[in-house]
Design a protein around this ligand. Structure first.
Ligand SMILES: O=C(O)C(=O)C[C@]1(C(=O)O)C=C[C@@H](O)C=C1
Length: 273
């Protein structure tokens, strides 16, 4: 989404379209990672020596080096991009003037994303063992992590859109003032959208995870669920969204909303002047 343009940036339908596109990005990134073995040593600190004395894992090193370059081309000045590592250098490109779409905040849940990715996702999508493709698997890890991070932090835009809905703003303000986390969570939850998302995701993961014949039919495997030797198990993708991606997006939404009124009245007064 072009965040330099403010028009319609907060339309809920458009934001949901972004999330739908990111489903494809995430499924393909997971499929790419799944072709390599677990390669545990890339996640363990102290296995390699780095010229700058870095003490973390190979993935941590690779991610930090990549983020340094991306930071120089101002990736993390965009309100939908969040780094995993720090410190990062200043951009070499001039600052872009993004219209203020989000309320100022410093929410970044990438540490949680990294923990869940390493503990829960990689062991489920990769075969155990070591195939020596360390660079390839770390490259894919970075793609998965960045796609998940973007998706989950989009919760901020969705929360802002919901807050600005005139039909709901008063209720949000009341719940925020009461610091009612559960009430906010309930109000922003849309179970119909979640159920439709999970159905769509299962279908996509089934289709993207299999090859097709020349006629376009899906080549299903011969187990009863039709997904034993697929590139990725549809169940794993659905489970990942159900237990991790959606709940963490909602946490971001709630965290954002809980801070939504900080300095708000002051900024409304300035706008009115
Ligand atoms: O689409 C929304 O309304 C969202 O808030 C996003 C999302 C999601 O993570 O996909 C989260 C909460 C809602 O219950 C439905 C979907």
């Amino acid at each position: 989404m072009n965040l330099l343009k403010k028009d319609n940036a907060l339309s809920l339908a458009r934001l949901r379209d972004v999330l739908i596109r990111l489903e494809d990005t995430i499924i393909f990134a997971l499929i790419e990672r799944a072709q390599f073995a677990l390669n545990e040593c890339t996640y363990q600190p102290g296995v390699y020596e780095y010229e700058d004395g870095y003490k973390g894992s190979f993935l941590g090193y690779f991610l930090h080096e990549m983020e340094k370059v991306h930071s120089r081309v101002r990736r993390y000045t965009s309100p939908d991009e969040y780094p995993f590592t720090s410190p990062l250098p200043e951009p070499i490109l001039p600052t872009l003037d993004f219209p203020p779409i989000l309320h100022p905040n410093n929410i970044n849940v990438n540490k949680d994303i990294m923990d869940r990715y390493l503990q829960d996702i990689v062991p489920k999508i990769c075969t155990p063992g070591d195939d020596l493709n360390y660079g390839s698997s770390a490259t894919r890890d970075v793609e998965c992590l960045q796609a998940l991070s973007k998706r989950i932090h989009y919760g901020k835009f969705i929360a802002e859109s919901k807050f600005q809905d005139p039909a709901q703003q008063e209720t949000y303000i009341r719940l925020i003032k009461a610091k009612d986390r559960e009430g906010i969570m309930e109000l922003l939850t849309n179970r119909t959208v979640e159920a439709a998302l999970l159905r769509r995701l299962r279908r996509k993961a089934m289709i993207y995870g299999h090859d097709i014949t020349e006629k376009g039919d899906i080549i299903l495997d011969d187990d009863q669920n039709g997904n034993v030797s697929s590139k990725i198990h549809a169940d794993v993708v659905v489970d990942l969204y159900e237990r991790f991606v959606i709940p963490l997006t909602k946490e971001v939404e709630v965290d954002y909303l809980l801070k939504r009124l900080d300095g708000w009245q002051a900024s409304e007064d300035t706008k009115a002047e």
